[in-house]
Design a protein around this ligand. Structure first.
Ligand SMILES: NC(=O)c1ccc[n+]([C@@H]2O[C@H](COP(=O)([O-])OP(=O)(O)OC[C@H]3O[C@@H](n4cnc5c(N)ncnc54)[C@H](OP(=O)(O)O)[C@@H]3O)[C@@H](O)[C@H]2O)c1
Length: 180
């Protein structure tokens, strides 16, 4: 692979949201985007963890333009609130990095009635994307093709998906096991 984050261009006029930006790949992504001048919104379910990540990034890059976008993907109302908060800022959105994820967690149904991994990894990100799409389309209209992007973090784990696709007889995934 040839890509290295140091090769990122100047991103001073660009705005990004990175879900799960308080740790792991999301934190690394947010830090590098900020290092290159982007205005970055770190999606985090924890004010404490999100603020700590922002503090760390600002320690490394004092001029970093990084903010917290509080959002718990296990709570669809929280996702809606985060999207509404961002939309109310009235700014452009060039990149949405749907990064947050959980894997092989104990069986759990969210307050919205969905299996936890299904909601965190897919449904909540779909909702977030759907809410933010109008801003992204508006942003894209003023720029050259390819300037606005949605990045969905995935996994080679998809190779182990059930051969028949989603088992619609078990929408709660209760019988499908943690890996599905
Ligand atoms: N690392 C790998 O080798 C690998 C391989 C294949 C795919 N991936 C995918 O890459 C993405 C990032 O992986 P990673 O290794 O960086 O994961 P990670 O270190 O476990 O970080 C996951 C991030 O998602 C956040 N998150 C989880 N549930 C959330 C919720 N309900 N609401 C808001 N945020 C939530 C976590 O926040 P908290 O700190 O609050 O828990 C954390 O910031 C994931 O989608 C993962 O499936 C990673």
């Amino acid at each position: 692979m040839n890509f290295h984050p140091d090769t990122l261009p100047n991103l001073h006029d660009k705005v990004f949201i990175v879900t799960g930006g308080n740790s792991g790949i999301g934190y690394y992504t947010a830090a590098h985007l900020a290092k290159h001048g982007a205005n970055v919104y770190i999606g985090s379910r924890s004010t404490e963890k999100g603020t700590a990540a922002i503090t760390e990034i600002k320690k490394m890059h004092p001029s970093a333009n990084v903010h917290l976008l509080k959002m718990n993907l296990m709570d669809l109302n929280s996702v809606l609130s985060a999207a509404e908060h961002f939309i109310a800022l009235g700014i452009a959105l060039h990149g949405l990095v749907n990064n947050a994820g959980i894997i092989v967690t104990p069986f759990e149904i969210t307050k919205d009635g969905y299996e936890a991994q299904w909601q965190t990894n897919y449904l909540a990100h779909w909702l977030l994307t759907d809410c933010l799409l109008p801003i992204m389309i508006q942003t894209a209209k003023k720029l050259p093709t390819g300037s606005v992007r949605i990045v969905n973090l995935s996994s080679s784990g998809h190779l182990g998906a059930p051969k028949g696709g989603i088992n619609l007889d078990d929408p709660s995934l209760r019988e499908s096991g943690s890996w599905k």
